[in-house]
Design a protein around this ligand. Structure first.
Ligand SMILES: Cc1ncc(C[n+]2csc(CCOP(=O)(O)OP(=O)(O)O)c2C)c(N)n1
Length: 667
């Protein structure tokens, strides 16, 4: 038991570091760290299992600060506990360029930051993914190797965001009993009292979603500790509603929105020093308090050692598999298996919808890569994401490899981020490309963090047909291509689909989206090529030197490009076809390669059943674009392609007109 006075001084160290750092930076959020300091002190001094000297220890407890604006809470903790990445110098340079102490916690900046938070609600949903990963790996490797908790600190804002409902519903359903959420229930957000905009009974909401709930005074360390003990023995995830005062200790601003997101000011800070009896200079932590924190930083050393001994005592095969998986390396034999599969495709030349081709590729992948964990947002039969290796995970049985995420795209994508961040698993999902809008914030965070999550995005154009414009993506490829560090693939046939899958899996430090068709497509790659051609981003499918016309196309429109090419050739001109499965990978090629692909044809044309945006890179401002400029319509897909003029005839006419025009000019 830590005596109350000692606890208070330790918590106050968080409060003063936080308010002083915000004051020096002239920006930031002092209120949350000051209000949640007691909860954090109890958690990190009595419960969390972690090792500041080995922050990547796979079996550490995870702590997610979902209310990322309170970042000084986590920076203070990491400094006080002795994490090397966060020095006092870092704290003094909070929110400054080149320092790890960014405005919101960013994964990869400093060890101990488990995920990037800032967009409210995301951290909570990431934590659900981490808890899923823990349970799955414990099932697979045994609790001697993986057995830890995931703790979250969420604010009112996190709980107001819609994503929180998707996340807690999934966690409640899966009975993720090693997930513990502290709700920093301070009743204040930016505009003022939470009651201005919300009157939800949060405790009842969590209970209705299958959670265990406990209500405590968040400034009573014993009550908080008792609640955590109770949470740890629950058979369900637990939400601990902690009543707190934002800006605790500030004589005038505590309990008000004034403490939320701006420096308290010199007078108020001086008042806090009096109120909390802290006669120390800014950034000065008395040595007895720092000692206590550093001691807390050592609390799991023995446990860590015992875990290492258990790993050592594990059979060589299991140890090697565990180590490989946690390092994120693909298994030996993966490349060979994909290569063999490509040979088979070259021989079979199947006509397939690329969503079916993706299923076939996954059949190979899931057989050889045991760390893939699939799923779908209730579109399994449409996304074709389930294979014979992936039985469903159920609340009572995590031996499967498939998550029925329910109709929760946003929660799914955020949970996948958490699974990837946990390590040991590669999550892939299923959804309609149109509904990437519903998970875009999480995909964006995956791109910022540089993590391997793979989104299978089917029904990728008007080619889906009768479901109509609400379901037909038009601007989605362009908008996803606009996102830095996301690989957006659009394969044209079964071979390209296999290649794109391979690239997505091999891209350890970025997320991928794979856009796939509902409609059947013929094989456009008809002979075996050892190289992964999709790795070039764009490549010659039908080469021709000094071609009069170059046709660029992606996915389902490559077939139309090939037909157009034939028509052009028949009319006496030369044409080449460039397949463009991935804009981003194309940009990463050498200048020579890019120049060669772009070429010098007098006529350039791009065909894609989406908007033009982005294609001028290939065809120039004066190129011909055959695609969409409006929303789609509800009809059988072939009728739609005719109606919107995405056909070889229309493409050929446009090319012919331009060629005639050029010839006229030359004459
Ligand atoms: C998705 C999203 N919307 C808006 C914001 C901007 N924002 C940051 S903090 C905040 C208020 C949060 O209130 P609360 O969770 O109660 O935090 P506290 O006031 O207790 O610090 C808002 C709206 C955000 N970070 N993320």
């Amino acid at each position: 038991m830590i005596p109350r006075e000692k606890h208070d001084r330790m918590a106050n160290a968080i409060r003063f570091l936080s308010m002083d750092a915000v004051e020096k930076a002239k920006s930031g959020h002092p209120g949350l760290p000051m209000g949640a300091a007691d909860i954090a002190t109890v958690l990190f001094t009595k419960f969390m299992t972690f090792d500041p000297k080995r922050p990547e220890w796979p079996n550490r407890d995870r702590f997610v600060l979902s209310a990322g604006h309170g970042s000084m809470l986590i920076y203070s903790l990491l400094y006080l506990l002795g994490y090397e990445d966060i020095t006092l110098e870092e704290i003094k340079n909070f929110r400054q360029l080149g320092y790890k102490t960014a405005g919101h916690p960013e994964y990869g900046h400093a060890a101990g930051i488990e995920t990037t938070t800032g967009p409210l609600g995301q951290g909570l949903a990431n934590a659900v993914g981490m808890a899923i990963a823990e349970r799955k790996l414990a099932d697979e490797f045994g609790s001697d190797l993986i057995d830890h908790h995931t703790y979250v600190l969420a604010g009112d804002g996190c709980l107001m965001e819609g994503i929180s409902q998707e996340a807690i519903a999934l966690a409640g359903h899966l009975k993720l009993n090693k997930l513990v959420v502290f709700w920093d229930n301070n009743g204040i957000s930016i505009d003022g009292s939470v009651s201005l905009s919300d009157s939800t009974d949060q405790v009842a909401r969590f209970q209705a979603s299958g959670w265990n709930t406990i209500e405590v005074d968040g400034h009573d360390p014993d009550a908080v500790a008792d609640a955590i003990v109770a949470a740890k023995s629950s058979d369900r995830p637990t939400m601990i509603a902690c009543e707190t005062t934002i800006g605790y200790g500030a004589p005038n601003k505590a309990g008000t929105a004034k403490a939320h997101g701006s420096p308290l000011g010199a007078d108020e800070i001086s008042g806090v020093r009096d109120t909390l009896d802290w006669p120390h200079e800014p950034f000065e932590i008395p040595s007895d308090v720092l000692d206590c924190w550093r001691l807390a930083g050592l609390r799991s050393t023995k446990e860590h050692k015992a875990w290492e001994d258990r790993v050592e005592a594990t059979g060589a095969e299991r140890r090697a598999a565990f180590t490989r998986r946690m390092a994120g390396e693909l298994p030996g034999g993966f490349e060979t298996a994909m290569d063999e599969y490509k040979k088979k495709l070259a021989a079979d030349k199947p006509t397939l919808a690329t969503r079916k081709a993706s299923e076939a590729a996954l059949q190979v992948i899931n057989g050889i890569v045991p760390e893939t964990i699939g799923g779908s947002a209730d579109l399994t039969g449409s996304n074709n994401t389930k294979t014979e290796h992936t039985d469903a995970i159920t609340p009572d049985d995590f031996s499967g490899r498939y998550i029925h995420y329910g109709i929760r795209e946003h929660g799914m994508a955020a949970a996948m981020n958490g699974i990837a961040l946990h390590g040991g698993l590669i999550p892939y999902s299923g959804g309609f490309l149109i509904f990437s809008d519903y998970c875009r914030p999480s995909i964006r965070l995956a791109a910022i963090m540089g993590i391997r999550v793979i989104h299978v995005l089917t029904h990728d154009s008007i080619g889906l047909g009768e479901d109509g414009p609400t379901h037909q993506p038009v601007e989605h490829l362009a908008s996803l291509r606009a996102m830095p560090n996301l690989l957006m693939f659009r394969p044209a046939d079964a071979t390209e689909t296999a290649e794109c899958w391979q690239l997505a899996l091999e891209s350890e430090a970025r997320p991928s989206g794979i856009a796939l068709t509902r409609q059947n497509l013929p094989a456009v790659r008809t002979s075996y090529i050892e190289d992964n051609m999709c790795a070039f981003g764009a490549y010659d499918l039908v080469p021709a030197s000094d071609a009069d016309v170059t046709i660029f196309a992606s996915g389902s429109e490559v077939e139309i490009a090939l037909e157009t090419c034939k028509k052009i050739e028949a009319s006496g001109y030369t044409a080449r076809v460039v397949s463009v499965p991935c804009f981003e990978l194309f940009e990463e090629q050498s200048d020579e390669y890019k120049q060669a692909i772009l070429g010098h044809s007098p006529v350039k044309i791009a065909i894609e059943a989406g908007v033009r945006q982005g294609w001028d890179r290939f065809i120039g401002n004066d190129g011909i674009f055959i695609g969409m400029s409006t929303f789609g319509a509800s009809a059988p897909y072939k009728d739609l392609y005719s109606h919107f003029g995405i056909t070889a005839d229309v493409a050929f006419e446009a090319v012919e007109a331009k060629l005639n025009n050029l010839a006229g000019q030359a004459a």
